[in-house]
Design a protein around this ligand. Sequence first.
Ligand code: ASP
Ligand code: MG
Length: 402
Amino acid sequence: MLIVKKFGGTSVGDKERIFNVARRCAEEYRKGNDIIVVLSAMGKTTDELIAKAYEINPNPPKRELDMLLTTGEQVSVALMAMAFDTMDVPSVSLNAFQVAMHTTRIHGNARLKRIDSDRIMHELEHRRIVIVTGFQGINKYDNYTTLGRGGSDTTAVALAAALHADACEIYTDVDGVYTADPRYVPKARKLEEITYDEMLDLATLGAGVLHNRSVEMAKKYGVQLVVRSSLNDHEGTIVKEETNVERMLISGVALDRNTARISVIGLKDEPGMAFKLFNLLARANINVDVILQSIGRENTKDISFTVSRDEADAAVEILKENMSRIGGKNISCNREVAKVSIVGAGMMSNPGVAAKMFEALYNQNININMISTSEIRVTVLIHEKDAERAANAVHDAFGLEE
Ligand code: ASP
Ligand code: MG
C-alpha cells in the first residue's frame, strides 16, 4: 500500500512529538507499506515568522514573505529525517523544488497545478520514507509560493491524487471532525463519516480541521480522507463521496464570528444596482457571503450583505467613495454579528429542516437578522452575544449529542 500521512504543526511541535510521528510512520513502513509524510511547520512557527516579517517591514514584499514562510516546513522535514535516521529507518526529506510541485503565480495563495512524481517514485522504489514539505510550491519563475494558511492539507491530498495513493491520512490534535466545535458546544460528538460536500461547507464556515481547498481537491479526484489524532489510536472521521445519510438529518453546526453586516439604504429601485454594488466589491477582491435585498418602496430599496470582519472597513470605504455612482443614501456596518449554520446532506430529501432550526432559535428568543440556504446548508445571521447559545440550542434540537 502507498500511504500519504500528513501531520499538522502541533503534531510535530517538539522533540517528543517528532519522535512520536516517526514511530507511527516506521511501524507502517515495517509492515511493507510505502510511506509519504507531509509536514507542517512546527507549532506556531508560521505565525512567528509572519510577525518577524512585519517587524522589519509593515508591507513585506509577497515573494520574500513566501521565501521566509517556506523555511518553517523545511525545518520540520529535515528534523523528521534525522529522527528516522536514529531509528535506522531510511528516509529522505524533499522540499517543493526537489519534488517539483508546480503552482500558479500568486504569492501567499497559490494553487497547485502539477506535481512531478519521478523523484518521489524513485525514492520509494529504494524503500525510503519520503518526507515532503507541506504548504509550499514553486511558480513558473522558479520562485517559492505558499498555498494559504493551513495549506499543508492540500499538499497531502494533491500528492495522494497524483501518486494514486491507497490512503490519505490527515493527523491533527483532535480525534476527527465533530458535530460542532467542542470548545463551545460541550455535547459535540465525533462523526464516523462525512461527505465531501458537507465537509467543504464546514471547512469554509470555519470548522478549522481541514483546509477547504484540500476537500475540494479530494472530491475532484475521489481521494478518500481520514482525519484523526496523532496522539492516540482512535478511529477518526472518514471524508468521502456518500455516507449513510438516513441516519441523521444534519451532520454539524458551525459558528463563525469572522463576519460583519453591511447595509446600503435607499438605493434606486432600478435594474443594475446589485450589479454595480457587488462589482465594486468583486474588483477589490472582497468576498461577499449572505445577501438580502428588501422589496422596493417609493422607488428605493435596501441591500444588506456580509463580508469577513477584516474586510469590512475596506468594503465600506469603497462603497462610500462610490456613493454617487450607486446612489445609496446611507451605509452602515455592524460587527457584532455571528453566523450559525447547519450542514447536512440529509436535508436535501427532508423538508422542514430549516423550520426546525428556526424553532430552536425562537425557543431561545434569539432574533434572526438574515438567512441564506443551499441544498445542504442553512445559515442565519444573529447577534454575536447569542452565538454560543444558538449553536447549543440547534445542536440539541437535531439530537446531535452522543
Ligand atoms: N504552516 C502553514 C500554516 O501554519 C501551513 C499548515 O500548517 O498547513 O498555515
Ligand atoms: Mg491545519
